[in-house]
Design a protein. Structure first.
Length: 226
């Protein structure tokens, strides 16, 4: 199987919202590959986070890839708004609507990379008939809706299944939920190459610590992928 570059994607859900622009700039300078933006609607998940206006403000503070995870339902009507606000990757949930292929087409129609995410109870098999239309698969290793949760070990099996399904296709395999330097090795060994990390990077909201935390996750992950 073709290996993909390791990417570290700090989740700004764990940032200090009183200085969000500065936090984005800090993780950018600290070595983040992507900026992960969790969009929550209070309906599909039990929390509310950001909208397109906030995403547009973030876009002005970094040139890094904006990895936008739409935890909203229905999702199709909002894809254009987030595309216009500056998203580079738009990931929709397989569970968010009845027409997953249509949602993926909508993302691509706006010139963005398309991702599909699945919740912990959703089988990898739901991706089989859209696998050739996506750029990224996101395996949730917690139930979405809140930051700071513990990694669900069963996600490792799902990562292995997803990596097998991907085969040699140029698709990134992302994991989100409870990711830290402590489990980056086993997560990478299971096949992930994009690591979303919130609390393990932003804890304490001290920008002086971000670079070392990002580097530790990267080092542990690449030591198994190499």
């Amino acid at each position: 199987m073709t290996s993909r570059p390791v990417r570290i994607a700090p989740s700004i859900l764990a940032a200090d919202f009183t200085k969000l622009g500065a936090e984005v700039e800090a993780v950018d300078k600290a070595g983040a590959d992507y900026i992960h933006v969790d969009i929550m609607d209070g309906h599909f998940v039990p929390n509310i986070s950001f909208g397109p206006v906030v995403l547009n403000a973030i876009r002005a503070r970094t040139e890094k890839t904006l990895d936008v995870h739409l935890m909203i339902a229905p999702v199709d009507r909002y894809i254009a708004d987030f595309a216009d606000a500056g998203a580079d990757i738009i990931t929709v949930h397989a569970e968010a609507g009845p027409h997953l292929h249509r949602s993926i087409q909508a993302v691509r129609a706006h010139g963005k990379k398309a991702g599909v995410s699945i919740n912990p109870a959703t089988p990898v098999s739901v991706l089989e008939h859209v696998i050739d239309d996506v750029d990224l698969i996101l395996i949730m290793s917690v139930n979405p809706g809140f930051g700071g949760q513990s990694f669900i070990p069963a996600a490792l099996d799902k990562l292995r299944q997803a990596r097998q399904l991907i085969g040699n296709r140029p698709i990134d395999l992302e994991v989100d939920g409870g990711i830290s330097a402590d489990n980056a090795r086993e997560v990478a060994d299971a096949g992930a190459n994009v690591f979303v990390a919130g609390s393990s990077i932003f804890k304490g909201n001290d920008p002086d610590t971000y670079a070392s935390r990002i580097e530790q996750i990267r080092t542990n992950a690449t030591s198994r992928i190499a």
